[in-house]
Design a protein around this ligand. Structure first.
Ligand code: FEO
Ligand code: CA
Ligand code: CA
Ligand code: CA
Length: 749
C-alpha cells in the first residue's frame, strides 16, 4: 500500500506502540497508508527459494492430499548447511543495462528483456469464468474463481509433469501462489456504483473474495520462455477472506479465540491483509496477515468486563471508547443473496450477546498470524500457526535448513515503531519431512520458542524470549497480566514491550542469504524517527527531504535495510551482530543521508519487498511515496557482501552531531542496480522465479493512469481501468535473468 503519509487510503499502518521501550511516545498516530522449495533434487541440493510441497496429490480436483506413499524423495546428502543454495549460478557482477528513474505510466525493464501481464484482477482461474464479462458473470460470487486484487507476496512451486508432485528444479510447469493484500475498490467495482453505508451484499462478496491467496498453475515454453496460466488445472484455487481455516499451536482452543463460528476456538474464517510471504523446507506456502484490525467495526463504549482486554484492543488498533467503523463496511450488508447474516456479523467485534460463544467479540484474536497453505493440497483447510505470534505480519522467511538443527523463521511487524521476531522450532530439520504438508507444519511450527529482537548501539543484538512465566511474562506483568502461552502469542506485541525490544522503522520483508544464512530486513521508513522516536544506531537517520518543492517532516524518509549474523551461525543463537546493508536515499542527498553512496543507477526509497533467489541475488522492491516526484516504484538487484564488511559512520539525525551507526561496505552499481520501474502510482511487491532463472514474476499493486494498456479488458468489468497484476519478465534471447556476467565469463573462458 502507499507509503505516503499524506495519501490517506484504505490500509492502516498502526502506530500503537506506546510501550516505554527506547522512548515514550505520547501521541497515538494512526496513519491511513494506502500503498499500502524445497527442493528435492536428484543431487540433494535444495533450493528454499523454490520451495514447494511434494505432498501426494491426485489429479482429482476434489481429492484431499494424501500423505506421501511409495517413492520417497531423495534425501539430501550429508549435512551441507548451504544445501538450499545454488551459488554456482550467481553472477559475479550485474551487467544488464540499468533502468533509469522515470515517472512513465508503464513498466521499464532492461534492454533485451520483455514483460507481459500474466494475471490481473478479475482474470479467471477456470474455463467456466473465462467468458466475455458482463456485470452478472462477474458477480461477487464469481470472484471465488477470479484473481483477487492488490497482488503481493508470491512464490513459485515447480511441479512434476506426470505425478503432479512438487519438483523443485521443474521450470516448465508449476504452481504460482500469491497474496491479494487488500482492495482498490475502484479497480473492483464501477466507481459510480460503489455502495456506502449499508453495502450491497454482492459488492461485499466480491471484496471478500478478492482478498486472500491465489494458487494458479502456469506453464513455460522451454524455447520461447513464454509463460501461460493453465485454466484447466485442478490445482487452481482461491483462498479468500471467508475460507475456513484451522487454528493450530498454543492458541488452539483458547478462550481468547472462541467465537460463534467456532465455540471451541479451533477454527476461523478467512485470511486477509496478506502481505509478504515465505515457504517452508517441507514444501508449503506461508502467507502473512498484516493490516487486519481495520476490517472490524466496534461500537462506542464497548467496554470489556476484563480490563486487560481493553489494553489488548488498544495495542492492536481497536481500542478506545469511540465507535470504530469497518474499513470496507463488511459488517453492514443485508444478506438478501445468501440469507446468511453470520457471514457479515463476524466483522463486528462489539459485545452483542451474553457470552463470547454467541458473538464475535473475539474474532480479531483469530487474525494476525502466519497462515500455512499447502498448494498441492486442494481441499484441506489452511492452518493459522499461532506459535509464531500475532501482529501485523509482513513476511516470514525460514533459515537455510541444516539437517539435525532447529529451523528459524524470521518475521517483521510492519507498523510504526514495531519489532522484529524469530520463531525457533523445537523439532530439528529432517529432510524426510519434505513431503509432509500440514503434518510437517504441525511438527515444526506448533512447538518452539518465539523471540523478539533488541538491537544494541554497539552492533550487537539480543533475542529476547517470549515464553509464559519467564522474564516476568505472567500475571505479575504490570501492563498486561499474561495467563498462559496462548495469551503470550496472541498478545506478542505486549510481551515484546515487556521484554524491552527495539522499536524499528517499520519492519517489512525478510530475506535469508543462501550463502551464509545472514538475515536481511527492510525497514521501509518512519516519518516520526527523530521526533517521537529517538534515533538509535539501528534506526539512525532523521532528516528533511524535499518532495515536489516542499520540505517533508524530519524522519527516516527513505528507509534502510538492516542485516544480522546469528552468533556461531546457529538458529538457536540468542545474540547476533548487525550492520546496515543499504540506506535508501536520493543520489544527490548529503553524504550523511546517502550513506551507502547510491548513484543514479541504483538510488531508491522505501524498500519493502525483498528476496534472495537461490543463487544469492538479492531482489529489492519499493513501496514509496517520498521519491515519487522523481521516480516510480522499482525493483533492484544486488550482490551483497556480509555483516561487518563496512565501517562506523555518522548519520544525519536530530541529535546534535548526528547519530553513530554501522554501515555495510558501499557497493558500486555493478553490485546493486535498478532492474525495473513500474507504472505511475504503483507499488512493486512480490517476486519469485522459475528454477532455471529464465522467468521472473513480479507483482504490481494499484497502478494508475491507463496501465495496463497491453492487458486484454475482456475479463474486466472496468474495461481498460488500471489494475493490480502479476507480470512475468523474460529475456528476449531466452537467457538467464541477470545472468549476463556468467555468459561473458563462458564466452571469454
Ligand atoms: Fe503490506 Fe507493510 O506492506
Ligand atoms: Ca526528494
Ligand atoms: Ca509490503
Ligand atoms: Ca510498505
Amino acid at each position: 500500500m502507499y507509503n505516503d503519509d499524506m495519501t490517506p487510503c484504505q490500509d492502516l499502518v498502526e502506530d500503537s506502540n506506546t510501550s516505554k521501550n527506547t522512548h515514550f511516545q505520547t501521541v497515538l498516530n494512526q496513519y491511513m497508508d494506502r500503498r499500502s522449495f524445497i527442493a528435492k533434487t536428484g543431487s540433494g541440493a535444495m533450493a528454499l527459494a523454490f520451495a514447494a510441497s511434494v505432498s501426494g496429490c491426485s489429479d482429482d480436483d476434489n481429492a484431499e492430499a494424501t500423505p506421501p506413499t511409495g517413492t520417497q524423495p531423495p534425501t539430501p546428502e550429508g549435512t551441507d548447511k548451504h544445501a538450499w543454495s545454488d551459488l554456482k549460478q550467481r553472477p559475479s557482477k550485474l551487467s544488464f543495462k540499468a533502468v533509469e528513474k522515470n515517472t512513465q505510466n508503464s513498466f521499464s525493464v532492461p534492454e533485451g528483456y520483455a514483460l507481459k501481464v500474466l494475471y490481473a484482477v478479475g482474470d479467471p482461474i477456470n474455463p467456466h469464468n473465462a467468458i466475455k464479462i458482463d456485470s452478472i458473470s462477474q458477480s461477487g460470487a464469481s470472484y471465488k474463481f477470479r484473481s483477487g486484487d492488490c497482488h503481493d507476496g508470491m512464490s513459485f512451486f515447480g511441479m512434476h509433469p506426470t505425478n503432479k508432485n512438487y519438483a523443485a528444479k521443474e521450470s516448465t510447469q508449476g504452481l504460482l501462489v500469491l497474496n491479494h493484500e487488500y482492495l482498490a475498490q475502484d479497480e473492483l467495482h464501477l466507481p459510480e456504483a460503489i455502495t456506502k453505508g449499508i453495502r450491497s451484499e454482492d459488492q461485499v462478496m466480491r471484496e471478500i473474495n478478492a482478498h486472500g491467496v491465489s494458487v494458479i498453475e502456469i506453464s513455460k515454453d522451454t524455447s520461447s520462455q513464454n509463460v501461460k496460466v493453465n485454466l484447466n488445472s485442478p490445482f487452481n484455487r482461491r483462498i479468500t477472506a471467508q475460507t475456513e481455516m484451522e487454528i493450530h499451536g498454543p492458541a488452539r482452543g483458547a478462550d481468547l479465540l472462541k467465537t460463534r463460528f467456532s465455540p471451541d476456538g479451533t477454527l476461523t474464517r478467512g485470511t486477509f491483509g496478506n502481505c509478504g510471504n515465505g515457504y517452508t523446507p517441507w514444501g508449503t506456502y506461508l502467507t502473512a496477515e498484516e493490516n487486519w484490525s481495520g476490517y472490524f467495526a466496534r461500537k462506542a463504549n464497548d467496554t470489556r468486563e476484563i480490563a486487560k482486554e481493553d489494553v489488548a484492543l488498544q495495542r492492536y488498533g481497536r481500542g478506545g471508547t469511540g465507535a470504530r467503523s469497518s474499513q470496507y463496511g463488511w459488517n453492514t450488508p443485508v444478506a438478501e443473496l445468501t440469507g446468511n447474516t453470520d457471514l457479515y456479523d463476524c466483522w463486528d467485534i462489539s459485545i452483542k450477546a451474553a457470552n463470547a460463544l454467541q458473538d464475535y467479540r473475539n474474532v480479531m484474536n483469530t487474525c494476525g498470524f502466519i497462515v500455512e497453505i499447502d498448494p498441492f493440497s486442494v481441499s484441506a483447510r489452511p492452518v493459522k500457526r499461532t506459535a509464531l505470534g500475532r501482529f501485523a505480519h509482513e513476511d516470514c522467511r525460514c533459515s537455510n535448513p541444516i539437517v539435525g538443527q532447529p529451523l528459524a523463521f524470521y518475521m517483521g511487524d510492519d507498523a510504526t515503531g514495531e519489532y522484529l521476531y524469530k520463531f525457533v522450532t523445537e523439532a530439528v530439520w529432517d529432510p524426510k519431512d519434505m513431503n509432509g504438508g500440514y503434518t510437517a507444519g504441525d511438527k515444526y511450527m506448533d512447538k518452539g520458542t518465539l523471540y523478539v529482537a533488541k538491537f544494541n548501539d554497539d552492533g550487537t543484538g539480543e533475542w529476547l524470549e517470549l515464553s509464559f512465566d519467564k522474564h516476568g511474562l505472567n500475571a505479575s506483568n504490570p501492563n498486561y497480566a499474561f495467563s498462559d502461552q496462548a495469551d503470550v502469542v496472541v498478545h506478542a506485541r505486549l510481551a515484546a514491550d515487556a521484554r524491552g525490544a527495539t522499536k524499528m522503522d517499520r519492519p517489512e520483508w525478510v530475506a535469508v542469504n543462501p550463502e551464509n544464512g545472514e538475515v536481511y530486513v527492510t525497514l521501509t521508513n518512519n516519518s516520526n524517527r527523530g521526533r517521537s522516536y529517538e534515533t538509535d544506531a539501528a534506526n539512525p537517520r532523521s532528516y528533511v527531504d524535499v518532495k515536489n518543492g516542499s520540505a517533508s517532516n524530519s524522519g527516516n524518509m527513505n528507509g534502510h535495510i538492516i542485516r544480522f549474523h546469528e552468533n556461531a551461525e546457529k538458529t538457536t543463537a540468542t545474540t547476533f551482530t548487525w550492520d546496515i546493508f543499504l540506506f535508501g536515499a536520493e543520489a544527490d542527498a548529503a553524504a550523511n543521508i546517502n550513506l551507502s553512496g547510491l548513484d543514479d543507477l541504483n538510488d531508491f526509497s522505501s524498500p519493502d519487498g525483498m528476496w534472495f533467489d537461490p543463487r544469492g541475488v538479492l531482489w529489492i522492491q519499493t513501496d514509496d511515496g517520498q521519491y515519487t516526484d522523481e521516480t516510480n516504484c522499482m525493483m533492484l538487484a544486488a550482490l551483497p557482501g556480509k555483516v561487518g564488511d563496512g565501517s562506523r559512520a555518522m548519520a544525519a539525525s536530530t541529535k546534535s552531531g548526528g547519530q553513530e551507526t554501522i554501515i555495510g561496505a558501499p557497493l558500486k552499481n555493478d553490485r546493486v542496480r535498478r532492474f525495473l520501474t513500474g507504472p505511475s502510482g504503483c507499488e512493486i511487491t512480490g517476486v519469485t522465479m522459475t528454477p532455471d532463472y529464465k522467468a521472473i514474476f513480479v507483482n504490481v499493486q494499484h497502478p494508475e493512469g491507463t496501465w495496463p494498456a497491453n492487458q486484454s479488458s475482456k475479463y474486466s468489468l472496468m474495461g481498460s481501468a488500471p489494475r493490480s497484476a502479476t507480470v512475468v519478465i523474460t529475456r528476449k534471447d531466452g537467457g538467464v535473468i541477470a545472468g549476463e556476467a556468467l555468459e561473458e565469463k563462458a564466452t571469454t573462458a
